[in-house]
Design a protein around this ligand. Structure first.
Ligand SMILES: O=C(O)C1=C[C@@H](OP(=O)(O)O)[C@@H](O)[C@H](O)C1
Ligand SMILES: C=C(OP(=O)(O)O)C(=O)O
Length: 422
């Protein structure tokens, strides 16, 4: 791929990945027929669907929507392979803890290296038997569930996945289950449980559920803000660009990237009612990003770092140590990606320091099996001089299989991505 190119036009990004996982899980738990529209087509969400099918949930693909016949009727007869998806593994662990069944969860080599003790610890204290490699810290995880008691859990990490796993187990536990977060995270589980008829109490950063059954529902999944962030940064840094993204989810904890890019001086108009985001290219200035910002931009930091590399001044990101336990160590892989474009960037224990420069040349980047690093590198390449090569591009299929088509569409065919096998 050779830049720089201008981006122009209007697109719809895929259905939100976090919401898609939950739509399938909650439809799977609700006895009866639910429907889901606008589901993400990425591999991560496909893994959640496959896992639910092993419990006896039935899916029928209709024209433009998915029909789900819910109810966990069967103990899975095989190991559930959740591919690259941390959300699938942690949320399904919560579901399994509530079932009188034995389940084994595994994933690819990246997922098997990510910490699972953050869910194993609270699920054990509710009464589930959870084991795995390194004393239950790493998958494969073995879970024997059922007979749970509610807990009051002060989570040491600001993680919507941990919160959701405990809440899902709480739906089958005696008494009430409360999770208190150190910083509020995305609220998809709270919002969607309410849609499926569950009473959820939210009090600041505390959320409480009781033993409940779910009622089937119709879910319409809106566009994924984390995917829109790639086009927002691309349109800001590629000269003469103007892009519109339609039908975005605009709820709590997901649109922090719009605020950060505005703080950098970016021209973004966001209509939260319609979910329409319009971006016009223009100069950016460095910004300081701290721990309080991180939960709202946790998946967008690699691409926000690309914006920082094109901004005037030095950007400092701190309080982002959670990035070290994502699909890759995203502090390391983001800094390496920026350096490949000739940018001066350095790791810190909990973030990075990035010196903005107008002289970015195309480079050779490794995704480290991480979809967001691959796509952030592609965006950087669109606004750099000379060709960019991204090894391990196949990782993009986990969340955004149509990304390359959108590059071609928004660049009017001027930019083309060609896969190179690493
Ligand atoms: O709950 C979710 O759907 C997610 C929560 C975040 O992870 P953590 O909760 O572990 O921070 C995020 O990084 C992930 O992409 C999706
Ligand atoms: C961290 C991510 O997802 P997960 O934790 O579900 O693998 C992501 O999509 O950036």
């Amino acid at each position: 791929m050779a830049g720089p190119v201008a981006l122009a036009g209007a697109i719809r990004v895929p259905g939100d990945k976090s919401i898609s996982h939950r739509a399938l899980l909650f439809a799977g738990l609700a006895e009866g027929e639910s429907t889901v529209r606008g589901l993400s087509r990425g591999d991560d969400v496909r893994r959640t669907r496959q896992a639910l099918a092993e419990f006896g949930v039935r899916f029928t693909d209709e024209d433009g929507y998915l029909r789900v016949l819910g109810g966990l009727r069967e103990e899975p007869s095989t190991v559930l392979d959740l591919g690259n998806s941390g959300t699938a593994m942690r949320l399904i662990a919560g579901v399994c803890a509530g079932q009188d069944m034995h389940t084994v969860l595994t994933g690819d080599r990246f997922l098997r290296a990510r910490p699972m003790d953050r869910v194993a610890v609270p699920l054990r204290s509710m009464g589930a038997t959870v084991d795995g490699r390194q004393g239950g810290r790493l998958a494969p995880l073995s879970i024997r569930g059922g007979n749970l008691s509610g807990i009051h859990y002060a989570s040491p990490v600001a993680s919507a996945q941990v919160k959701s796993a405990v809440m899902l187990a709480g739906l089958s536990a005696a008494g009430s289950t409360t999770v208190v977060e150190p910083v509020a995270t995305r609220r998809h589980t709270e919002e969607m449980l309410a849609l499926f008829g569950v009473d959820v109490e939210v009090d600041g950063t505390a959320v409480t559920v009781r033993r409940s059954t779910l009622t089937p529902a119709e879910v319409d999944v809106q566009g994924d803000p984390s995917q829109a962030a790639f086009w927002a940064v691309g349109a800001l840094i590629a000269p003469d660009s103007r892009v519109r993204v339609d039908n975005l989810y605009s709820g709590h904890g997901r649109t922090g990237f719009v605020d950060v890019l505005r703080r950098m001086g970016g021209r973004l108009d966001f209509d939260r009612t319609t979910g329409t985001l319009e971006i016009t290219s223009g100069p950016l200035t460095a910004v300081s990003i701290g721990a309080e910002d991180v939960p709202g931009i946790v998946d967008e930091i690699p691409v926000l770092a690309v914006a920082a590399a094109a901004a005037e001044g030095t950007t400092v990101i701190s309080g982002a140590e959670e990035l070290r336990v994502k699909e890759s160590d995203r502090i390391k892989s983001t800094v390496a990606m920026l350096c490949a474009f000739g940018v001066h960037a350095e790791e810190t224990p909990d973030g990075m320091v990035i010196e903005g420069t107008a002289n970015r040349r195309g480079g050779e980047v490794h995704s480290h099996g991480d979809h967001r690093i691959a796509m952030a590198a592609a965006v950087s390449g669109l606004a750099a001089t000379g060709p960019t090569v991204i090894h391990g591009w196949d990782a993009v299929a986990t969340s955004y299989p149509g990304f390359a088509d959108h590059v071609a569409e928004l660049s009017g065919g001027a930019a083309r991505l060609r896969e190179v096998t690493s």
